[in-house]
Design a protein around this ligand. Structure first.
Ligand code: GLY
Length: 336
């Protein structure tokens, strides 16, 4: 990001415990401590006090709670704003942005508790104005792809940009070389084109010639998680309610950590199911998703009760300006 001038938080990398503690002194609170390896979404701590920051460094680097993933840490400024997951499909020439989504990474309502892989997500065009959409493509997506090509590693496939929409513009928090979970669930609920056609066009380098069609209707996914998640989840619990939830109109349940044994659906991981709903507006999609959730039961089931609530507050306070490219019916996503 730094090499290619992509807006991101000021940061430093520490290779050992002493260097990390020293570096912490250079950053104001709150400060972000990140394990510099893959940690299933659990390697980021937003520390509000010096003690919390030192404790995170201690856990990652000395107690090795994340194994090798925590051997190096990134310490960076904490950015304030709304998070946005912006995912594109690219064949190296054409860029097909998927509809925008917002994840809910904290375990508990009100964005409290530890970070997780994601406890729910919604997709609604009102999250992102047209100018902001274009700014993200211009200042973050295009320089990333150009930079990778310039460095001899041209990128093809899904690329996920984890963004913070700050008062001074969109800033990049992270990349994932995949779609997002649970962002993919509401995105696919809104896709009206055939996903296979898009993937084939990407594979054949023809992405610039295709349009993806999306319904303007928002979609919401609520994750049902096991007790103990994001630490050590308790698994092997019988799950009931699947058929009743799927019988509700506009509801689709996506499996995550599940397995079937003796004709019973059992929990088999931290995040168990993604109950996803689509409706003509966001309040109805939220209501529908939670109607689906209410059908489920398993021992220790936990989920957030406020997926999409921030968006509702934002809409109530300042209705988003109508986007020129959002039509009343289905619309193609922008291509560059
Ligand atoms: N939900 C965040 C991710 O997929 O990385």
């Amino acid at each position: 990001m730094q090499r290619h001038g992509i807006p991101t938080a000021r940061s430093t990398v520490a290779e050992n415990f002493d260097a990390a503690i020293k570096a912490l002194a250079l950053f104001p609170l709150p400060v972000v401590v990140k394990a510099d390896g893959l940690a299933a979404g659990k390697g980021v701590v937003v520390a509000r006090t010096g003690e919390e920051a030192e404790q995170a460094v201690d856990e990652f680097m000395r107690r090795k709670t994340l194994g090798a993933a925590g051997e190096r840490v990134v310490i960076e400024d904490c950015l304030a704003g709304e998070e946005l997951s912006f995912i594109v499909l690219t064949d190296g020439r054409g860029i097909l942005p998927l509809v925008p989504t917002q994840d809910h990474k904290a375990l508990l309502d009100g964005d409290l508790g530890p970070n997780t892989g994601g406890m729910g997500a919604y997709s609604d065009d009102a999250i992102l104005s047209e100018p902001l959409h274009d700014e993200i493509l211009r200042s973050i997506v295009a320089p990333t792809l150009a930079g990778m090509e310039m460095e001899g590693a041209p990128y093809k496939g899904f690329l996920y940009f984890g963004l913070m929409l700050t008062q001074t513009g969109p800033m990049l928090l992270e990349y994932n070389v995949r779609m997002g979970d649970p962002e993919t669930q509401p995105i696919l609920m809104r896709l009206r084109s055939d996903l296979v056609d898009l993937l084939m066009a990407q594979r054949q380098g023809q992405l610039a010639a295709v349009d993806a069609h999306w319904t303007p209707n928002p979609a919401v996914c609520v994750v049902l998680a096991s007790q103990g998640y994001p630490g050590k989840p308790e698994v092997g619990k019988v799950v009931t309610g699947y058929d009743a939830a799927e019988a509700l109109g506009g509801v689709k349940v996506f499996h995550a950590g599940t397995r079937v044994e003796d004709h019973h659906l059992l929990t088999a991981g931290g995040r168990v199911l993604g109950v996803t709903a689509i409706a003509e507006d966001l309040p109805s999609a939220i209501q529908r998703a939670y109607a689906g959730v209410s059908k489920f039961q398993f021992e220790g089931m936990q989920y957030r009760k406020d997926i999409g609530a921030k968006a509702l507050r934002r809409l109530a306070n300042a209705p988003a300006p109508k986007r020129s490219r959002a039509s009343k019916g289905e619309r193609p996503s922008a291509r560059k």
